[in-house]
Structure formats: structure tokens, C-alpha cells
Design a protein around this ligand. Sequence first.
Ligand code: SAM
Length: 122
Amino acid sequence: TLVKNLESKPVIRAYPTERISDVAKKLVDNNINHLPVVDESGKLKGIVTSWDIANAIAKGKTKLMDVMTKRVIIAREDEPVDLVARRIDKHEISGLPIVDKDNKVKGMITAEDISRLIGKEK
Ligand code: SAM
């Protein structure tokens, strides 16, 4: 199975200038843990997780720019899912933005999505 063949929810994005509280709201309202951070053209700039939001609050940071992770581990649409699973394991992360050749965010793939896929195969 390739990444592009996985069922996924519509991707919710965050923007570098957004307030931490608004980003927290997006995570909670959508019941998710990862948000890709994109610029106006949809290009990937970072990733933010609930851990980063907790960290922001702990340190009194108010700008997403200051707490998002800028070196993002990504997935590509044409990659096999098992390659992504190995990347998740290697880097001890649980969600990767799926980006195209222009670095535009097409979706997210999470450990949960992969578990669901394996569950169906059995
Ligand atoms: N860096 C701290 C440490 O090692 O103790 C905390 C790790 S924290 C649990 C997970 C971190 O991984 C978050 O800061 C998050 O932004 C980052 N992260 C999650 N998914 C990522 C991805 N696909 N690429 C790069 N970083 C990612």
C-alpha cells in the first residue's frame, strides 16, 4: 500500500503567526495531536503537537514560530506505507505531514492510520 492510498481525514493546518491558544483549540476541536504549520501558499514550515503546546505554556511562549518543530520528518504520496512506519519508529514520532514535490502539504499520516490499515488486512 502506498501513502496516497490510505484513507485520511481532511488536513487541518496551522499558520506560523497563529496564537498558541488558537492552535490549542484546533487540536482539541478536531481531536488530533499533530498540525502541519504552513505559509500562505500551503508550503510546509513546521509541525506542532500537543506536547509543543504544553511546552509553550510551561515556558510562557505565545508565538507558534517559537515552539513549532522546524526540521520536519515528512512522508511522500508515492512511498510505501511500511517505509513510513519504519521512519515513525526510527524517529520516535507519531505523525508525518505528506508533502508533494513543491513542499505543499497534502495530508497527514499517523501511527493510528497505519494501525487501522493493518487491522483491516487481518
Ligand atoms: N524533543 C523533546 C525530547 O526529546 O525530550 C520532546 C519530544 S516531544 C515528545 C516530540 C517532538 O517531536 C515535538 O516537539 C514535535 O514537534 C516533534 N515532532 C512530531 N512529529 C514530528 C515530525 N514528523 N517531524 C519532526 N518533528 C516532529
